[in-house]
Design a protein around this ligand. Structure first.
Ligand SMILES: [Zn+2]
Ligand SMILES: [Zn+2]
Length: 346
């Protein structure tokens, strides 16, 4: 089958790769229908986030089941499903406690479209087929009436934005939220949308990209144009809940100095390099709770799907372009907040 293989920076090629098959009784074979570009994908494709090549790209997907094992639960060929990008058994202690990315049954980081981990290569979604292990517990049903292209981001970036604000807003209902946008462009805007859907009284969005600022304003946020002044920018208030979707040090430091006493700041990235400097003394004195780590995709996606199905989050509001798979190699590195690829393979 054809698949879009990352061969190195600026080197994405559609190639013939082995077609997956049912291996275990709980497997499903899924034909990807729509694949959203993750905020990390352009950085991988450009070589800004070094990853060992080769591997098949694409990990935010909605697809159609084409075959199932003998024990794959309720799924049948023709069912449309949302596929969480991380592999999780949903039965071990971390999975059962909502920390599904820490599943003890697979090597850390095992996911679609992000290369092999610990000898497990799940392939990627920009392909004719993917094999989904533990399909009975991994997959979510795509409700009728939701466009696969709109839902494709739910299992990763939409969930990533949601988790930054969901627990803090449950602790502090109605609290004001600050989102610092930037190199995780869609995650920041999904955090903003989630904060509004979950009842934040006031959402402020800081960025220096005019397109994203316009989207944030259209969604109802108060926007602040950082205008390249990240190091000097001081907001006129502090926030009990802050989201750092900026990725760079200056954006993260703005996020951290804007947290109110005993507030929480969540970073959706480990930064642009292996180490970063944190203002730990300020954080200590203010009692900042700093959350950092990958989203728990399987644990989080069901609640996000409910919000989308109920119309309280509309991921389509930030999708710039929907393009066929055959244009994915070029579109992977285009400047855009969110691109979705739809399957035009035979
Ligand atoms: Zn991702
Ligand atoms: Zn597990």
């Amino acid at each position: 089958m054809l698949a879009l293989v990352f061969r190195g920076p600026m080197d994405l090629v559609w190639e013939d790769v082995p077609t997956p098959d049912i291996v275990g009784p709980r497997d499903a074979l899924v034909r990807p229908l729509a694949v959203a570009r993750c905020d990390l994908d352009p950085a991988i494709a450009l070589g800004l986030y070094p990853m060992p090549a080769p591997f098949v790209m694409g990990h935010e997907m909605v697809g159609e089941i084409v075959a199932v094992g003998d024990d794959a639960g309720r799924w049948r060929p023709g069912d449309r499903v949302i596929v969480p990008f991380q592999l999780s058994c949903m039965a071990c202690d971390p999975c059962r406690s909502g920390r599904s990315n820490a599943c003890v049954e697979v090597p850390s980081g095992t996911a679609f479209g992000l290369g092999p981990h610990g000898g497990i290569d799940l392939g990627g979604a920009l392909a004719g087929l993917v094999r989904v292990p533990w399909a009975d517990v991994m997959l979510l049903s795509l409700p009728d009436g939701i466009d696969p292209a709109v839902a494709a981001g739910i299992p990763d970036n939409v969930s990533d934005g949601y988790r930054c604000v969901a627990s803090p807003l449950a602790e502090h209902p109605g609290a004001a939220v600050l989102v610092v946008g930037g190199l995780a462009p869609s995650v920041g805007l999904y955090a903003l949308m989630s904060a509004m859907a979950l009842g934040s009284e006031h959402v402020v969005y800081v960025d220096d990209d005019q397109g994203r600022l316009d989207v944030a304003a259209s969604l109802g946020a108060e926007v602040v144009d950082a205008g390249g002044r990240w190091d000097d920018l001081r907001l006129d208030r502090r926030f009990p809940i802050v989201v750092d979707a900026n990725v760079l040090d200056a954006g993260r430091n703005l996020a951290l100095r804007s947290v109110a006493a005993c507030g929480v700041c969540t970073s959706v990235s480990g930064g642009a390099g292996p180490t970063a400097t944190l203002p730990l003394q300020q954080m200590y004195l203010k009692g900042v709770r700093y959350e950092i780590g990958r989203v728990h995709a399987c644990s989080t996606a069901p609640a996000v799907l409910d919000l989308v199905a109920n119309g309280r989050i509309d991921p389509a509001r930030i999708i710039d372009r929907v393009v066929p798979f055959s244009d994915a190699a070029d579109a992977m590195v285009e400047p855009a907040t969110k691109v979705v690829f739809v399957n035009d393979l035979d």
